[in-house]
Design a protein around this ligand. Structure first.
Ligand code: 0X9
Ligand code: ZN
Length: 307
């Protein structure tokens, strides 16, 4: 079973999903969808109810965009654990929907951030960019998408933490997410991308303060998630459009997923306020991932009722 008592490495994450596919061959499928810059494998796990029906609607979820946000892949693994191991009680989430999950997008950055204190706060990917004789590493994967790429809230400086990259989709990791999105878009109802921290449920747009056409639906989904968490644990989540409740930042995956055709697109910024920040102690992983699952389950139930 999944351990919520420590943070997994990239290799452990891959082994964990591979093992589930071995144990539940009629319901769980693992697929190689790409490779990181440093050639780490990127795999999705698709979770179904095993009825063999093709072309169901899809919830697509990812984690680990930003290297230092360790609680994100941990929370995504917990969602996988619940959908697979607690199948009976979550069967309603898989009746008309398949879940496609990429638990760790930025595998290189994540591994780098596990190499010691100096690297702990790493955010970006690890592809080197040379600039005026100086080499800086990585682009911000959440500024690298080709929708209003490199506009507000993104940097052209390769040494900046919000570097948009030399071009849109300069990073193999974001190409992987893009291709997945396009392959799923015609069945894609909800895209969920898990970050930390700050307790936010954010929906498009993040490149403008304007709201998309079905913003009332997006608001209802985000509110449902926030209320479910508040009722269960008392933790407060703020919900609204990215630009209006957090900050403007263009070229992110949430805007791209919505633009690509997902009806609902949500960035969830998990708990970890104050001194905990990006570094929840291992003793609190369980508390945070359980709380996250409550919110995600409630949002999925709402989306299933609406779409
Ligand atoms: O800035 C980001 O990429 C996200 N926050 S984080 O602290 N995890 O880096 C927020 C992204 C919100 N979405 C858009 N601005 N489109
Ligand atoms: Zn993030």
């Amino acid at each position: 079973r999944l351990s919520t008592e420590r943070y997994y490495t990239h290799e452990e994450i891959i082994n964990y999903i591979d093992d589930l596919a071995q144990r539940f061959p009629s319901r769980v499928f693992v697929k190689t969808v790409g490779w990181s810059y440093e050639k780490r494998v990127l795999k999705t796990i698709t979770i179904t109810n095993g009825d063999g029906k093709a072309n169901k609607k899809v919830i697509f979820m990812d984690g680990g965009f930003h290297a230092r946000e360790w609680i994100s892949p941990a929370a995504v693994l917990y969602v996988i654990d619940q959908l697979v191991e607690q199948f009976e009680e979550n069967a309603h989430l898989l009746k008309d929907y398949d879940w496609v999950i990429l638990p760790l997008v930025n595998a290189d950055g994540y591994e780098h951030s596990q190499t010691g204190t100096l690297a702990r706060m790493w955010r970006k990917t690890r592809q080197p960019y040379t600039y005026g004789g100086q080499t800086c590493y990585g682009a911000d994967p959440n500024r690298n998408f080709d929708f209003h790429w490199n506009e507000e809230g993104a940097s052209s400086n390769p040494c900046a933490d919000t570097y948009a990259g030399p071009t849109a989709f300069s990073e193999p990791e974001t190409i992987t997410v893009r291709d997945l999105m396009h392959s799923l878009a015609d069945r894609g109802i909800m895209y969920l991308t898990i970050h930390s921290y700050g307790n936010y449920l954010l929906y498009p747009w993040g490149w403008t303060s304007d709201l998309p056409e079905n913003w009332e639906d997006l608001d209802a989904v985000a509110r449902t998630g926030a209320e479910a968490i508040q009722n269960a644990t008392g933790t407060e989540y703020t919900y609204g459009s990215s630009t209006n409740v957090l900050y403007i930042a263009a070229g992110a995956s949430d805007d791209y997923g919505y633009y690509a055709g997902f009806n609902v697109s949500i960035t969830m910024e998990l708990t970890g306020a104050g001194s905990i920040g990006f570094n929840p102690p291992v003793t609190r992983i369980d508390e945070f991932v359980t709380e996250t699952w409550i919110g995600i389950r409630a949002m999925a139930e709402k989306v299933i009722e609406m779409y």
